[in-house]
Design a protein around this ligand. Structure first.
Ligand code: 4NP
Length: 165
């Protein structure tokens, strides 16, 4: 098999949005028989929660949709991530600016707004940290739509086919 396509999901704290995005995407590549083609990870532009599992509300929301994200651990984005990952997805504009700032050589073509392929391309995945549970459901809905759209795009760009069983 050729080299895996590497994808990094980035938000602020890496305990709410990007863990759910990684979980959705992982679930989707498994469903499509494409898991062997990918290396997935997530990170936060802030490191306050480094080493912690996702927020309990994120874990609960994912569990409700049949996805286990409880083993994920938060980590801070580091400059080498900008070179190591083929696709870097920012959940909001502030994340996007902070990712670009950490870019050592100024190249930005790998960094995308995660919702840019969805029906609301200018939209951001809202930070649900101070919300009630319904904010987390909304995030799940948004990152699911974005994951479907990006996986379609990446599969075409890289000519990916399901691995044989
Ligand atoms: P996330 O949400 O960026 O979706 O993980 C947040 C989590 C924690 C904080 C802010 C946003 N915080 O300030 O600790």
């Amino acid at each position: 098999m050729s080299e895996r396509v590497s994808v990094l999901f980035v938000c602020l704290g890496n305990i709410c949005r990007s863990p759910m995005a990684e979980g959705v995407f992982q679930h989707l590549v498994q469903e499509r028989g494409l898991a062997d083609h990918f290396k997935l990870d997530s990170a936060g532009t802030g490191g306050w929660h480094a080493g912690e599992p996702p927020d309990p509300r994120s874990i609960r929301t994912a569990q409700h949709h049949g996805v286990d994200i409880s083993e994920q651990r938060s980590r801070v984005l580091v400059p080498i991530d900008l070179e190591r990952f083929d696709y870097i997805f920012a959940m909001d504009q502030s994340n996007h600016r902070n990712i670009i700032k950490r870019n050592p050589d100024g190249k930005t073509e790998r960094v995308h707004m995660f919702l840019s392929l969805t029906e609301t391309p200018d939209a951001e995945v809202p930070d649900p940290y101070y919300d009630r549970d319904d904010g987390f459901e909304n995030v799940w809905r948004l990152v699911s739509a974005a994951s479907e759209a990006w996986l379609d795009r990446i599969s075409v760009e890289h000519g990916l086919r399901p691995s044989s069983p």
